[in-house]
Design a protein around this ligand. Sequence first.
Ligand code: DGL
Length: 269
Amino acid sequence: MKANQPIGIFDSGIGGLTVANAIRRILPKENLIYFGDTAHLPYGDKSASAIRHYSHRIADFLLEKKCKTVIIACNTASSVAFNTTKKHVGENAVVMNVIDPVTSYVAVKYPKGKIGVIGTKGTINSRVYVRRINKLNEKLNVTSLATPLLAPMIEEGFFNNYISRTIINNYLSKNSIQHINALILACTHYPLIKKEVHEYYQKKTEIIDSAEIVAKAVKTKLTKKKLLSSQATSPKHRFFVSDYTKAFEESTRIFFKGEIHLRKADIWG
Ligand code: DGL
């Protein structure tokens, strides 16, 4: 691995651009290669074995593109496919998920109390957040709730309006996530509804959006491994999807603060 190789990132679709955007902000010298598996979207209700199969092939694609990292931006894939993908990649790249940086942050910041987690069915049913937080700090009570309507709702542009508020309030009023110290937004799409979630809890609960925390963790890891890019020229980013539609391209505007050009990479043959 060499420092000036690109950072590889993947997600089930374009929502992971929230993570790519945070990485671009925190590491402005790095070239990024992003892959969105739009042919298999959504991962949230797929089986763990299907998601592992997809993740390994995507990791191979990022390695073919000479990436120094394979960052799993998708919470669902991070929940069920991180260990196998890490094994699959071996020493060829640094593999990271979006869960460990957040669980470490929470376990240190809250010595005791109650932490809520919302995400797709795949993420919540895996119970990975509960297990990892309690492994670091057994005094924390971790409760979680699957909120499967939120990702498609956001993707269709429904946020900061009365429809999104009604759906969000309906989910958040469930008993399991009342009186919590912090709520983890465990899905690529949820940074876009952070404000509405904040309003629901009337600012009494910390709302944790993982994109920023993950980007900082990537910086720390690359610094430690002496893999930070030193290039002086302005960075080049490339964005690939497994299935191209104009609608996907238009939605990049929501997740990356500006529309970007998506290229189709036919990795499924
Ligand atoms: N990227 C997924 C996640 O963060 C959300 C969309 C999907 O279900 O594929 O869990």
